[in-house]
Design a protein around this ligand. Sequence first.
Ligand SMILES: [Zn+2]
Length: 94
Amino acid sequence: MDKSSLLTDLTDQSKETKHYPCKIGRLINSLEGDEREALVKAIELIRTSNLNGKNRSHSSVWLAKVLRKNGYQISVSTIQRHVNKECSCDQSEG
Ligand SMILES: [Zn+2]
């Protein structure tokens, strides 16, 4: 069983990564209600503050710290990739 799924994963890349969200995407999916909204909002704020370079209170470093404090081990670079829409989540969004 394991062998055949390993073979599939190794040989059929299109199946593997397509709609598989990154850590942030999976975290968003796992949250509900206000928490989910707040996280989505925070990511938007980081995105816009990255763009205009003004409001640096919301940064990937800040979010990583907040998440770590709450038991989510997600690296700054993972957050940045999600903020910059360079992660795997974005392909399923639009
Ligand atoms: Zn993502």
